[in-house]
Design a protein around this ligand. Structure first.
Ligand code: UP5
Ligand code: MG
Length: 195
């Protein structure tokens, strides 16, 4: 595996379920490095001269999954950079969200120790995202894109959650509660699993 001896927790859940919010809290208490695949793609998109800028822009607006080679390379670069700084524990947020990504990452990077899966009713996620859209500046925080993201999540990403569930790696957390209550559930699961 490459790089060796890293500890990966995948953080999955629908758009707006609270992945980023909970990861930020975990970073403070658990010394994890937080790597959001979506954030890495948005950063690449806005890097002047990036050969993938237009492509990423299109996929994100359409709520589609960017071809895996691009996302995995961005994740690998970020992991290696952090590895060189001595970091070994990673929260990989919003990835893998398509089976080909899951298999490729398992084979070439890490199998992942645990999957945090945030469960949330679509109506709640919709309200959160529309609300965030007033200030986020994200090109996909609008009703049309949000609906497409929900469809992709159900059709393409849920099979990944089920794949990990079959390996007994999934911890389900109900996200339709205040941020701190959700976090308490996460922490108790981490303690139980010795993370
Ligand atoms: N909020 C959070 N928790 C709350 C709570 N408990 N109670 C009340 N409010 C709560 O939260 C969303 C909003 O809800 C915030 O305003 C927050 O304050 C509030 P956040 O923590 O940001 O939720 P998160 O799950 O991180 O939502 P995000 O919008 O980031 O999820 P997505 O999965 O849609 O976005 P991501 O950035 O991961 O991906 C975006 C796009 O990138 C994808 O659609 C896809 O096109 C592309 N992509 C790929 O192609 N490949 C990848 O591998 C990854 C991404
Ligand atoms: Mg996020």
């Amino acid at each position: 595996k490459y790089p060796e001896a890293i500890n990966v927790v995948f953080v999955l859940g629908g758009p707006g379920s609270g992945k980023g919010t909970q990861c930020s809290k975990l970073v403070k208490d658990y010394k994890f490095v937080h790597l959001s695949a979506g954030d890495l793609l948005r950063k690449e998109k806005s890097t002047p001269g990036s050969e993938f800028g237009d492509l990423i822009d299109h996929y994100i607006k359409e709520g589609l999954i960017v071809p895996q080679e691009i996302t995995i390379q961005l994740l690998k670069n970020a992991i290696v950079e952090q590895y060189d700084k001595g970091n070994r524990k990673f929260l990989v947020d919003g990835f893998p969200r398509k089976m080909d990504q899951a298999l490729s990452f398992e084979k070439t990077v890490s199998e992942g120790k645990l999957v945090l899966y945030f469960q949330c009713p679509e109506e709640v996620m919709l309200q959160r995202l529309l609300n965030r859209g007033k200030t986020s500046g994200r090109s996909d925080d609008n009703l049309e894109s949000i609906k497409k993201r929900f469809t992709t999540f159900i059709q393409t990403s849920m099979p990944v959650v089920e794949y990990f569930d079959d390996q007994h790696k999934v911890v389900k957390v109900d996200c339709n509660e205040p941020v701190d209550d959700v976090y308490n559930h996460v922490v108790s699961q981490f303690k139980e699993k010795n993370i």
